[in-house]
Design a protein around this ligand. Structure first.
Ligand code: NAI
Length: 258
């Protein structure tokens, strides 16, 4: 047995929300490489075809399902489809999110609701459905919530996002507390800045480049590969005694000098 065997996901069913792009698409491929059967979930199923093809090309197994995290019926239907094909979902990567910046004076009621509805309510809804099904089936499980360093500190133009992500941090700890007795672990990852569809225009700009150079201690963006270790640690038995933790993966951004 190698020291890394406990990081494997062999035999596990892993559901990834927002799997069509960015962090979700990357970690879905990683889960498949680690041995999991992967349920790729996104609002537009056709956008999942490429990820599914990549996984199957490497002899992995994946199922693409439609999922809108803001809609209870859609979440239940996605878990039903996952169970019909692979069985109960053991691991959830609660990744779906939106991230448009807006100044506090300009945020409308609708903007606020959309942010909270996706980035906080959606995480709660998916986690709750996963936990209900795991506890009914009397199976252990792991839920990994993608928070953000903006859930732990604040940034200009992101009050609604910061509030939602801070909610995800506290929700992660609360769920960990209540679900530990069912052997369902709940942890979070607080990424710093990784270049994805959500922010690529900004980080390509002069202003974005200067921000990274001047503010992030490591003076660079993260590579998606740098989320693999933290994700596998929390998802797999390697993290069997971890619950309620939120790991910052941010190039030192949170410990930036004041
Ligand atoms: P992304 O925009 O590439 O991915 C977000 C995914 O969520 C997309 O596939 C989108 O379609 C999906 N999504 C949005 N609303 C949804 C809904 N109602 N139902 C189902 N899916 C929905 O961006 P990225 O960067 O990969 O974001 C993933 C997560 O990482 C988000 O929660 C984001 O807040 C978080 N994050 C990202 C950081 C970064 O620097 N990229 C930093 C910190 C956190």
């Amino acid at each position: 047995m190698s020291a890394f065997d406990s990081f494997a996901l062999n035999g596990k069913v892993v559901l990834v929300t927002g799997a069509s792009s960015g962090i979700g698409a990357h970690l879905a491929r990683v889960a498949a490489r680690a041995g999991a059967r992967v349920v790729l979930a996104a609002r537009r199923v056709e956008r999942l075809a490429e990820v599914q093809r990549d996984i199957e090309f490497e002899n992995g197994e994946a199922l693409s399902v439609a999922l809108d995290v803001t809609d209870r019926a859609s979440v239940e239907a996605a878990f039903d489809a996952a169970e019909a094909r692979f069985g109960v979902v053991d691991v959830v990567l609660n990744n779906a999110g939106i991230g448009n910046g807006q100044r506090v004076l300009e945020i409308s009621e609708e903007d606020w609701r959309a942010m909270l509805s996706t980035n906080l309510d959606g995480v709660w809804r998916v986690a709750q459905v996963a936990a209900q099904r795991l506890s009914t089936a009397k199976r252990p499980g792991s839920i990994v919530n993608i928070a953000s360093i903006l859930g732990l500190r604040v940034g200009t133009g992101y009050s609604h996002y910061c509030a939602a992500k801070a909610g995800v941090v506290q929700l992660t700890k609360s769920l960990a507390l209540e679900l530990a007795r069912y052997n369902i672990r709940v942890n979070g990852i607080a990424p710093g800045y990784f270049k994805t569809e959500m922010n690529d225009a900004y980080f390509d700009s002069e202003k974005g480049q200067a921000y990274i150079r001047d503010i992030v201690p490591m003076r660079r963006l993260g590579n998606l590969q740098e989320l693999e270790g933290p994700f596998l640690l929390l998802a797999s038995d390697a993290g069997a005694f971890m619950t309620g933790s939120v790991l910052a993966v941010d190039g030192g951004h949170l410990v930036g000098s004041l």
